[in-house]
Design a protein around this ligand. Structure first.
Ligand SMILES: N[C@H](CCC[C@H](N)C(=O)O)C(=O)O
Length: 279
């Protein structure tokens, strides 16, 4: 089975395209084995690029623990690059069917290759029951969450997948490795959650670190950065257009109007291709 390793800001996935080969029989199991950084290829998870009736392709994403996520922001940029660079949809605008619906992506082409991708990430989901979270508020804004004897002010937003955002003084000092799994699996988040700790440098600039549901600490999270942009506006901390610094690099986010889509712009990079012995 042929695969391609790609990343968006160091958030790396193994991509398997099923236009020219059969689908893996058990993608959840394959995600666990192929993602292993010692015994597999090594990645934050597995993404399938499949034919779609409604769009240029359909994307399915699996975390390193084998669980399926509804959406992946860094992943969908890489899918768009793959479709263009590998000749499946050699256009400057492509569409991808995701768990969040069909998204539209604009590619910046440089010397025949897609380098930068701007994505219409759809409207954020702000109803607590749909995020889903049991925290109070629609959405919960700086709602108290008790973890390990401490209380954190948490804002929850879904971009198709659930995110919890905590604004802190210094994200570098936050014990993400210890508290990440406790918040990911907190009873207030019935489908678990992706966690982001954020410090605000100014109304248009933030720094963030991420603990991902199903994959742990990653170098970047695209849907998470969109959720941070929305949370910054909802809490009055930032303006509607921000630059987010993530451990793996920078993303531009924009949420023009409350009832509208969030737009994300960032790079997509192909690293290498290979063959995996079994489906
Ligand atoms: N890294 C991804 C998000 C993966 C989210 C996944 N961990 C989940 O279970 O929702 C991104 O760039 O948006």
């Amino acid at each position: 089975m042929k695969f391609t390793k790609m990343h968006g800001l160091g958030n790396d996935y193994v991509y398997i395209e099923t236009f020219h080969q059969p689908e893996p029989s058990d993608p959840s199991l394959l995600a666990r084995t192929i993602s292993d950084r010692h015994f597999g290829v090594g990645s934050d998870g597995l993404i399938l690029i499949m034919p779609s009736r409604q769009a240029d392709a359909r994307m399915r994403m699996f975390n390193a623990d084998g669980s399926e996520g509804e959406m992946c922001g860094n992943g969908v940029r890489c899918v768009a690059k793959y479709l263009h660079d590998h000749g499946i949809a050699r256009k400057e605008r492509v569409t991808v069917e995701t768990g969040r619906g069909v998204l539209s992506l604009d590619l910046k082409i440089d010397q025949g290759e897609a380098k930068l991708v701007r994505v219409d990430m759809g409207t954020p989901i702000l109803r607590a029951a749909e995020i889903p979270t049991l925290l109070p508020g629609d959405p919960p804004i700086d709602a108290p969450l008790q973890v390990d004897g401490q209380t954190f002010a948490v804002t929850a937003v879904s971009m198709g997948n659930p995110h919890a955002i905590i604004f802190v003084e210094d994200s570098a000092a936050f014990p993400l490795e210890r508290l990440g799994p406790l918040i990911e699996n907190h009873p207030m988040f019935p489908r678990r959650v992706n966690l982001h700790v954020v410090d605000v440098f100014g109304p248009e600039e933030v720094r963030m670190r991420t603990w991902e549901r199903g994959s742990g600490i990653t170098l970047a999270c695209g849907t998470g950065a969109c959720a941070v942009c929305v949370a910054g506006v909802l809490t009055g901390r930032t303006s509607r257009r921000i630059l987010a610094h993530l451990p793996g690099g920078d993303l531009q986010l924009e949420w023009p109007e409350p009832s509208e889509s969030v737009f994300m712009t960032g790079p997509a990079t192909e690293v290498f291709s290979g063959e995996w012995p079994a489906g």
